[in-house]
Design a protein around this ligand. Structure first.
Ligand SMILES: [Ca+2]
Ligand SMILES: [Ca+2]
Length: 230
C-alpha cells in the first residue's frame, strides 16, 4: 500500500511540474529599414480575415493618422499609404504606454486557443524600431489578464538599428492554454517613437479537456489517504 501511495504521489508531482514552463524570447535587429517585413505572417490567429480573429483594440489612438489596423493586416510598409494601404501603426512619444488587445473568436472555438508564438515586427526609415512590452493572456470566461514572463526588451538594440523583430515561444511548446484574448502592453522604449509593422499571434484551438490522468491520480491519492485514516 505504501508503494502504491508513493507512486501516486510521484505521478501527481510530475503532473504539477509539467504545468510550469519558461517563456523563450529571441531578439533580432537590423540596420536596414524593413529588414523583417518579409517575415510578416498572413494566416496567424489574429490576422484580419481569419475566422479565429475577433477584435483589435488600442487604448491609445495611433499618431499622425496611422490606423490600428496596420498591426494585423498581413502587410508591412515604409510609407504611410503603401501598396496595400496603411500597413503599419505609429505611436509617438506622448502615447506611451499603449495597451494593444487582440480578442480571439471564441464563437467558433469555445474552448479558446493554445498560444504557441507571438511575433512582433517594428521598423521605419529611421530608428523608430525599439520595442519594449509585457505579454498578457486572458483565459476563456475570465475578465482578468495574467502576465506571461517578464518585461520583453531587446538589450542588443542600438540607435542605428532601423528594424527589429521579437519572437516569443515557450519551452513546453505552448505559452498559454484556453485563451480568449492576448494583450501587449508597450512601455516607453528609447527612442520612444515606434512604428509597429505587424503583430502575429500563432496557436491552435484548445481542446475541451477530458478528466485528465492528473485528476484521476489526485482522486486516487485522496481515496488511499481516506482508507489509511479509516
Ligand atoms: Ca501590418
Ligand atoms: Ca499577421
Amino acid at each position: 500500500m505504501k508503494f502504491i501511495g508513493l507512486s501516486l504521489l510521484t505521478g501527481f508531482i510530475v503532473c504539477l511540474q509539467s504545468a510550469s514552463a519558461t517563456l523563450n524570447v529571441n531578439y533580432y535587429e537590423n540596420t536596414a529599414a524593413g529588414a523583417y517585413m518579409s517575415d510578416i505572417q498572413t494566416t496567424d490567429l489574429v490576422n484580419q480575415g481569419q475566422s479565429t480573429f475577433g477584435t483589435l483594440t488600442s487604448d491609445k489612438t495611433p499618431d499622425n493618422s496611422f490606423p490600428v489596423t496596420g498591426l494585423n493586416n498581413g502587410y508591412g510598409g515604409l510609407s504611410q499609404s503603401g501598396t496595400n494601404g496603411n500597413n503599419e501603426t505609429f505611436y509617438n512619444t506622448p502615447s506611451w504606454p499603449v495597451k494593444i488587445t487582440f480578442n480571439l473568436n471564441i464563437g467558433v472555438n469555445t474552448a479558446g486557443y493554445d498560444i504557441t508564438q507571438v511575433q512582433t515586427i517594428a521598423g521605419w526609415t529611421n530608428n523608430f524600431s525599439n520595442q519594449s512590452f509585457t505579454l498578457w493572456v486572458e483565459a476563456v470566461g475570465s475578465s482578468t489578464f495574467t502576465q506571461v514572463g517578464g518585461t520583453i526588451t531587446d538589450l542588443s538594440w542600438v540607435s542605428t538599428d532601423f528594424s527589429q523583430k521579437i519572437v516569443a515561444t515557450d519551452s513546453s511548446g505552448t505559452i498559454a492554454t484556453g485563451i480568449q484574448a492576448v494583450q501587449l502592453y508597450y512601455s516607453s522604449a528609447s527612442p520612444s517613437p515606434l512604428v509597429i509593422q505587424e503583430i502575429d499571434i500563432n496557436g491552435t484551438p484548445s481542446v475541451i479537456p477530458e478528466p485528465s490522468s492528473c485528476a484521476l491520480l489526485a482522486i486516487g491519492a485522496m481515496f488511499l489517504a481516506r482508507r489509511r485514516r479509516a
